[in-house]
Design a protein. Structure first.
Length: 333
């Protein structure tokens, strides 16, 4: 039996579909609220694969609720841990640590206790290390520097990885994937889906920082391949390419016929923005829109390498430009 956590999210839902399309029959997915299952069902309908949806065995459980996980892990051999909390709001620090670190610790503990064969953990490029002065490219071996300012989200994902490595030291077979910004259809109001809805409304400006992007299809394909191979104790960066924020916004704006931004947000303007946002959140009790770390990341242009996974699997990623064309087709539907 295969267990998927986060089956009602972008990666988990696409993973369930990919596994079913490739002949898996014993699939179990956990959910916290039954209405969230409808998002996964809608995704299957979007791909015209509604007939496969009924094969999934849904179990009501929460990665923070140990008793519910006892039922979910019954007779499970392989686990894909896709569940997690994504937020760059500094006010969400406690929830980020609880869900991403404590929740992952619970999954690891059950994998060990139930003698699960292998665990695949979905991390993030946010958990990668920091370049030293003599380094130019971020890889899986780049060391995490605790003296560098990190977002609460990054710290929580790094902490989650530490729990997975603990499990590996205790004998659990594990593999970690670190995807970049994941593009995929069906989840337009969360995660990367907000790129499209925000740009459609009109993006006021752009920055010349950059990050790595990848299609959700590449992510789930690679996860499945790594679970089938005799591969353990490894982590892999999953990105198709590094693209500046300016170029990705212009690409999407052009494809969805939205008005492209013409104003570059200079560093001084970004720094002013996060300070004003902090001030207004304190005075008006509004939700934070940009943090100090967020301002820094918008200006960051470190190159991220995908060489390890490409070599390990002899894998070729789909180009982001061509994949965006496919997403736009689904968006129009």
């Amino acid at each position: 039996m295969i267990l998927v956590t986060g089956g009602t999210g972008l990666v988990g839902a696409h993973l369930l579909l990919h596994l079913l399309e490739n002949g898996e029959k014993n699939l179990r997915a956990i959910y916290r609220d039954s209405k969230h299952i409808e998002k996964t069902k809608a995704l299957f309908e979007l791909y015209k694969k509604s007939d496969l949806f009924s094969v999934i065995k849904w179990i009501e459980a929460d990665i923070l609720d140990v008793p519910s996980l006892e039922i979910a892990f019954n007779n499970v051999g392989y686990v894909y841990h896709c569940a997690g909390f994504i937020s760059f709001n500094p006010n969400d620090e406690d929830q980020l640590r609880k869900v991403n670190i404590e929740g992952t610790a619970n999954i690891v503990n059950f994998c060990i206790d139930k003698k699960v064969t292998k665990l695949c953990h979905v991390s993030s490029i946010a958990a990668l290390g920091n370049l030293a002065q003599n380094q130019t490219i971020v890889t899986e071996e780049t060391e995490w520097n605790p003296e560098v300012l990190h977002s609460d989200y990054a710290i929580s994902k790094y902490g989650a990885e530490m729990e997975v490595w603990r499990g590996h030291q205790e004998g659990l077979q594990v593999v970690i994937v670190n995807p970049g910004v994941i593009f995929g259809p069906g989840f337009w109001n969360q995660g990367s889906g907000e790129f499209f809805t925000s740009i459609k409304k009109g993006f006021p400006c752009y920055t010349n920082g950059s990050t790595g992007y990848v299609s959700v299809i590449d992510v789930v394909k690679i996860m499945n391949q790594l679970m089938k191979l005799d591969c353990s104790g490894e982590r892999f960066i999953l990105i198709s390419e590094n693209i500046t924020y300016k170029n990705i916004i212009l690409k999407i704006a052009t494809k969805i016929n939205a008005k492209p931004p013409k104003l570059e947000a200079k560093p001084w303007l970004i720094n002013l923005a996060w300070k004003l946002d902090w001030f207004s959140s304190k005075i008006l009790k509004t939700k934070r829109k940009i943090s100090r770390h967020g301002a820094i990341s918008l200006q960051n242009s470190d190159e991220i390498s995908n060489k390890k996974i490409k070599t390990y699997l002899n894998y070729s990623f789909e180009g982001i430009d061509s994949y965006l064309d496919k997403i736009v087709i689904y968006l129009k539907k």
